[in-house]
Structures are given as structure tokens and as C-alpha cells.
Design a protein around this ligand. Sequence first.
Ligand SMILES: Nc1nc2c(c(=O)[nH]1)N(C=O)[C@@H](CNc1ccc(C(=O)N[C@@H](CCC(=O)O)C(=O)O)cc1)CN2
Ligand SMILES: Nc1ncnc2c1ncn2[C@@H]1O[C@H](COP(=O)(O)OP(=O)(O)OP(=O)(O)O)[C@@H](O)[C@H]1O
Length: 208
Amino acid sequence: MTYVKAGGMGSTCGTDAGKTALRKEQRKVRDFVPERVRATLDARILANLQASSEYQDADLVLTYVSMDSEVDTRTIIAEALESGKRVAIPRCTAEKTLEFVEISSLQGLHQSRFGMLEPDASLPALKTPEFVGSICLVPGLVFDGLGNRIGYGGGYYDRFLAFYPGHKIALVRTRQLSCNELPHEAHDIAIDLLVTDQRIWRVNNNFK
Ligand SMILES: Nc1nc2c(c(=O)[nH]1)N(C=O)[C@@H](CNc1ccc(C(=O)N[C@@H](CCC(=O)O)C(=O)O)cc1)CN2
Ligand SMILES: Nc1ncnc2c1ncn2[C@@H]1O[C@H](COP(=O)(O)OP(=O)(O)OP(=O)(O)O)[C@@H](O)[C@H]1O
């Protein structure tokens, strides 16, 4: 396995080829970090998230259910529910966007054809007005200081976030941060808040 330093990434300009290459190398970077180290970093990310006013003020948390080497959201889900917050997780739709379904535990979910845990198709999705006052934890492989992100490449989150009224928050291990501006296109929706294992980074140019 090749170890790719985050600082060594090329800043290719807005091309699909550039995004695809970054996805591939960042996936390796993320998988390369030993599980024990990831757990330590993720505990710090959790603490920083919980310390943020955006999290504290939110009564509803929209979050993916982590898998593989993604930043752990299962503890976040358990602690959010424990503290009385509402939690909703995504379901992929045929239109390649996301619907969010409220859950009360991680029980009863099923594995989607992409390997992620999803709520049953029969359960009702929340409607956009219910997202006011919520936060959305957005997954990604690599982020830059302007809030640009590169995900798995389905465009699911970009389509959903285009109509999302709450704070868009990324949970980021420091080595998933790019010091170069990432390639981005008109449809890409930037993150408002980066929560790393070291600090909380507010992307001011997103607050309009
Ligand atoms: N844990 C977790 N859950 C998540 C995401 C995530 O990043 N992490 N998502 C983040 O977005 C959404 C699912 N994202 C996906 C992104 C790409 C493909 C994908 O590569 N699809 C292929 C194959 C399509 C097909 O078989 O029809 C493709 O689009 O080519 C699938 C799902 C929702 N749930
Ligand atoms: N709002 C949108 N409307 C139409 N197509 C879109 C939209 N957002 C993204 N797409 C399309 O989805 C595909 C993947 O987008 P992109 O490369 O930005 O993925 P990503 O941000 O890495 O993935 P994701 O959002 O699932 O994490 C591209 O072909 C893009 O044109």
C-alpha cells in the first residue's frame, strides 16, 4: 500500500479526472491509519463536535451511519439520542438524492446495495421544513479550508444539500485536510463547519 501525504496532493483544476484521482489516493490515506489511532482521533472529533454551538443548538442531527474507515458516527448517534436530540439517517433514492428517516436506535436497519446501513423503504422521510434548526453531518474523503469536499462520487449529498437549510458539518481527521484548494464545480455545495480532531474551523464565506 502506498502512503500519500496530504501535503503532497496535486491541486488539479475542476476536472472529473482530478476528483477521481484524489478519491483513490485519499481512500488509501484513510484506510492506512490504524484502527486504534482512528478511534483516538474520532473521540476528539466527537468532543469537538459536542462542544460546538451548532451541535448544542440543534434539536435534530442528520447523519450518515459510518462504515469502513469513515469517521465514527455510531457513537455520535448513540450520544445524540441519549441527550434527547432527534437523529435521522439517509436513504438513497432512485433520483440519486437522499431522504432522511428519523431513527430511535441503530437496530432494524438493513444494508443497502452500496454496503451502507439504511432505514427500511417503508418508513416515512422527513420533509424539508423539518430540517430548520438541524445540522447535517456530511461524509467525505478529503476537504479544504474553503469547505470544498470530495465524496464517493455519487453526487447524493450535493443534490440533497442544494435544498438543505441547516448547518453543513464535516467530521475530519486532520490528515484528510488538503492544503491545496480542491477541484470543485458549480453543483458542489461547500461545508460551513469543519470539525477536526484538533479544532473547529468555521468557513466564514459560507455564511451569507
Ligand atoms: N456511511 C455512508 N453512508 C452514506 C454515504 C457515505 O458517504 N457514507 N453517502 C454519500 O454520498 C450516501 C451514499 N453514497 C453513495 C455514493 C456512491 C455510490 C456509488 O458509487 N454508486 C455507483 C454504483 C451505482 C449503481 O450500482 O447503480 C455509481 O454511482 O456508479 C453509491 C452510494 C448515503 N449514505
Ligand atoms: N445538484 C446536482 N444536480 C445534478 N447533478 C449533480 C448535482 N450534484 C452532483 N451532480 C452529479 O453527480 C456526479 C458526482 O458529483 P461529485 O463528483 O461532485 O461527487 P461527490 O461530491 O464526490 O459525491 P457525494 O455528493 O455523493 O458525496 C457528477 O456527475 C455531478 O455532475
